[in-house]
Design a protein around this ligand. Structure first.
Ligand code: 3HC
Length: 300
């Protein structure tokens, strides 16, 4: 397992200054993790409210890491200092890497990348954390598309080891080498994948989650389903995991896979129903489970 793949012979570039666009669950999670590993981060979102919510999430993570003695008080204070959060369209020319983690909508991402293309140096690497959108479709929005790639982190970022490094037909070897070295530098495990529906992990994971949702739909008890898979050895039951990922995000990935593999992938009706009702899982307080101060219980 520890064998390090040499994915390319190209020489990686050093990355010290980064920006993360979008301060939601993933953006804040990525900014937190990078800052704990000594990387400077500009964290940007479009409203002060979104920025404040992201920073609250990050502060909570730093509190937990201190409480659990994962970081000392000094390390935590230094880490937090490395994040510069802003709702203003600041110049990012000094950043060597920008990671976009905004909403999963192609048009929104195209606008962001067109703007980033103007706001960054000509060789700043531009990465998207998209779960399922085709990355090559962003290439037309930027100058020098050789610097465009995917950096797909998993939720929760501070616990999940793997990061998918996604290459398009145009991504340069140097960009790939730099991204892979960067993922290792921040203590995670890179896997190089093609720009294809669901990449590698979601293509395998989603069918499992969809089956669990459909068993639930047919009247299965959520706790029985989840406990069985916990006993089987999964770290979290599939319905809890769907709530954790976010039902909007999961439904979006399922749609992408269903479009690509109509013979074997579906979008479970229950996921669509919950999303329509605004029940997005843990982030909205309710999904397959209801979340409160005392943990979670199956939704009524
Ligand atoms: N810094 C800050 N907080 C930390 C921390 C750190 N370095 N390490 C742990 N913590 C916190 C956790 O956030 C958690 O806080 P919470 O109670 O407020 O949630 C608490 O400490 C307990 O964490 P543990 O690590 O002790 O918890 P567990 O051992 O129970 O493990 C888990 C939790 C790692 C989430 C495990 O259940 C798991 O692996 N689940 C599966 C996750 C998974 O599969 N994710 C992928 C989803 S798919 C995806 O993201 C792709 C997308 O494209 C759809």
């Amino acid at each position: 397992r520890a064998k390090k793949h040499r994915y390319t012979e190209a020489e990686p570039r050093e990355i010290q200054r980064t920006a993360v666009i979008g301060a939601g669950v993933m953006g804040a999670g990525i900014a937190y993790w990078l800052s704990t590993r000594g990387i400077d981060v500009v964290l940007r979102d479009i409203s002060e409210k979104a920025v404040a919510a992201g920073m609250a999430r990050i502060s909570k993570n730093y509190d937990t890491s201190r409480r659990k003695h994962i970081l000392s008080a000094t390390e935590a204070a230094r880490g937090l200092d490395r994040i510069h959060a802003t709702a203003r369209p600041v110049p990012l020319h000094r950043c060597q890497l920008v990671i976009e983690a905004a909403s999963e909508e192609l048009e929104i991402k195209k606008t962001i990348f067109a703007d980033l293309s103007q706001r960054t140096a000509h060789d700043t690497l531009l990465a998207t954390n998209t779960s399922a959108l085709p990355i090559r479709e962003l290439a037309g929005s930027i100058e020098n598309p050789w610097r465009l790639l995917g950096l797909h982190f998993f939720n929760p970022v501070h616990r999940m080891q793997l990061v998918e490094v996604v290459r398009t037909d145009q991504t340069s070897d140097e960009a790939i080498a730099t991204a892979i070295a960067f993922v290792r530098r921040i203590g995670k495990m890179p896997v190089l994948v093609k720009d294809s529906p669901g990449f590698l992990v979601n293509r395998i994971l989603l069918p499992y989650l969809v089956e669990a949702a459909e068993i639930f739909e047919k009247g299965g008890n959520p706790k029985v389903i989840d406990d069985a898979m916990l006993d089987f050895g999964m770290p979290m039951g599939p319905l809890r995991l769907l709530d954790e990922v976010g039902l909007d995000v999961a439904a979006h990935v399922a749609h992408t896979l269903a479009a690509a593999f109509p013979d074997r992938m579906r979008v479970p009706a229950i996921a669509e129903k919950l999303v329509e009702a605004g029940h997005l899982g843990r982030k909205s307080g309710k999904g397959f489970y209801r979340y409160g101060k005392n943990g979670h219980e199956p939704s009524p």
